[in-house]
Design a protein. Structure first.
Length: 78
């Protein structure tokens, strides 16, 4: 069973590394900045991930979801 299509595995790995790295290095606001920066990087690499999907979620859904998660984690952070 394959859970990714195209470069979907690299998409998930890149997003995870950016979010975890930002959270560890930037402290309190690292998580929202990690979500935001990973969404911006994915938008910049559109040609690489254009036909990719991870866990049956296509690439087109990832940047908007990451923007929403960035806003949620920024405003709910205590």
């Amino acid at each position: 069973m394959i859970w990714w299509k195209g470069n979907g595995l690299w998409l998930g790995t890149l997003v995870a590394l950016i979010i975890i790295g930002a959270n560890k290095t930037l402290g309190q606001f690292g998580l929202p900045l990690g979500f935001l920066s990973s969404a911006l990087i994915l938008l910049g690499l559109k040609t690489v991930f254009e036909d990719s999907s991870l866990y049956s979620v296509p690439y087109k859904a990832w940047p908007p979801v990451l923007f929403v998660l960035a806003a949620l984690t920024f405003f709910t952070h205590r």
